[in-house]
Design a protein around this ligand. Structure first.
Ligand code: PLP
Length: 355
């Protein structure tokens, strides 16, 4: 007789890590191509030398720095072991067994897993033309709904919803239902009509904004993210549901180093370069005849349907690792000009119309 595990575990899709192939470039996980700033590495080394001590469980220093950055009380900020951890904590904080969590689909691949493991039920609302269908999401709310994730810009389609439609949607969500604006890619947004979620908090007490140091700030390997909530009760609940000491001293110090004005300015300059490259890559792909939705993130989406797996394999043969979502599409991370050129060369060979 073997051990008895929860049946739900057998229903979960296996996590597919970004593949590592010698000599190939990795455009599968939306990481930044830039190495850490030297000054951040120094802070990490200093923190590492003191790693015989437990971290500050409340991440007080980082919480205070983030509260200052957003001009909110520290009690409205919660730090987590990556924002995917904050997503998990949020579901645990609001949903009991059989309660419902709504999100668009396709969206962040962690949402269904997190929800299933928690024991809550997922309600997946199909995207419309690769964009969140906020009307349909509002209509999907029932008495059992506790949480709605709005990933903006959306991973993996890279599309974003705008202020007017988001505000109209928030107006339709009952006050007891939490709306999590997952803004992992916020720093890459250039459309002025796509709102910074933190500007919506004053009017909407049930909203929490989730951000991360993994993408624009380049700390994916250190696992640190944060939440800014309208209501201190949400941030407090995130602290209650966190795994103790999940955010290491090394991660806290690295994030603090990134928030220092000079470092942050350098990091945002890198973001500008990625955005410039993104717009160039997008233009070239459209010229090649690809159907690629507009992008407000550091990646592009190819809705290739049944051709997905083959197309990704052809990229890999050309030493370019991309992320395939079988039967749906391929997501490709924007990197520096040299790596993007290598990807574009592969894409050109695989283009729908010969060039
Ligand atoms: C990358 C990502 C995150 C967070 O990543 P962490 O590394 O856990 O901070 C959260 N949401 C979305 C949609 C993402 O793509």
């Amino acid at each position: 007789m073997s051990v008895q595990l929860r049946p739900v575990l057998g229903t979960l899709p296996p996590y597919v890590p970004g593949r590592t192939v010698p000599g190939a470039i990795k455009l599968a996980s939306n990481e930044t191509p830039y190495p850490l700033l030297p000054h951040v590495v120094e802070r990490i080394a200093a923190a590492a030398a003191a790693a015989n001590r437990y971290p500050d469980n409340g991440s007080a220093e980082l919480t205070a720095a983030l509260a200052a950055k957003f001009g909110v009380a520290a009690e409205r900020v919660a730090v987590g072991c990556g924002s995917v951890s904050l997503c998990t904590q949020l579901v645990q904080a609001v949903a009991d067994a059989d309660d419902e969590v709504i999100y668009g689909w396709r969206s962040f691949e962690a949402y269904p897993i997190i929800t299933a493991v928690s024991g809550a039920s997922s309600v997946q609302v199909p995207l419309r033309a690769h964009v969140h269908d906020l009307d349909a999401m509002a209509e999907a709310i029932t008495g059992k709904t506790r949480l709605v994730f709005v990933c903006n810009p959306n991973n993996p389609t890279a599309t974003a919803v705008r202020r007017d439609e988001l505000v109209a949607f928030l107006g339709r969500v009952p006050a007891n239902v939490v709306v999590a604006l997952d803004e992992a890619y916020r720093e890459f947004v250039t459309d002025p009509q796509v709102p910074d979620g933190t500007t919506l908090l004053d009017e909407h007490p049930n909203v929490v904004v989730l951000r991360t140091f993994s993408k624009a700030y380049g700390l994916a390997g250190l696992r640190v993210g944060y939440a800014v909530a309208a209501d201190p009760a949400i941030a407090g609940a995130l602290r209650q549901t966190q795994v103790p000491f999940a955010v290491t001293t090394v991660a806290q110090q690295a994030a603090l180093a990134c928030l220092e004005p000079e470092a942050e300015a350098q990091l945002m300059k890198r973001v500008d370069e990625i955005v410039h490259e993104r717009d160039r890559v997008h233009r070239e792909l459209i010229a090649m005849g690809y159907d690629v939705p507009p992008t407000q993130a550091n990646f592009v989406w190819f809705p290739l349907g049944d051709a997905t797996t083959d197309w990704a394999a052809h990229c890999e043969q050309r030493q370019v690792i991309v992320r395939a979502f079988a039967g749906a599409g391929v997501r490709v991370t924007i990197s520096n000009a040299e790596e993007n050129d290598r990807f574009l060369a592969a894409a050109r060979e695989l283009a729908p119309t010969p060039h």
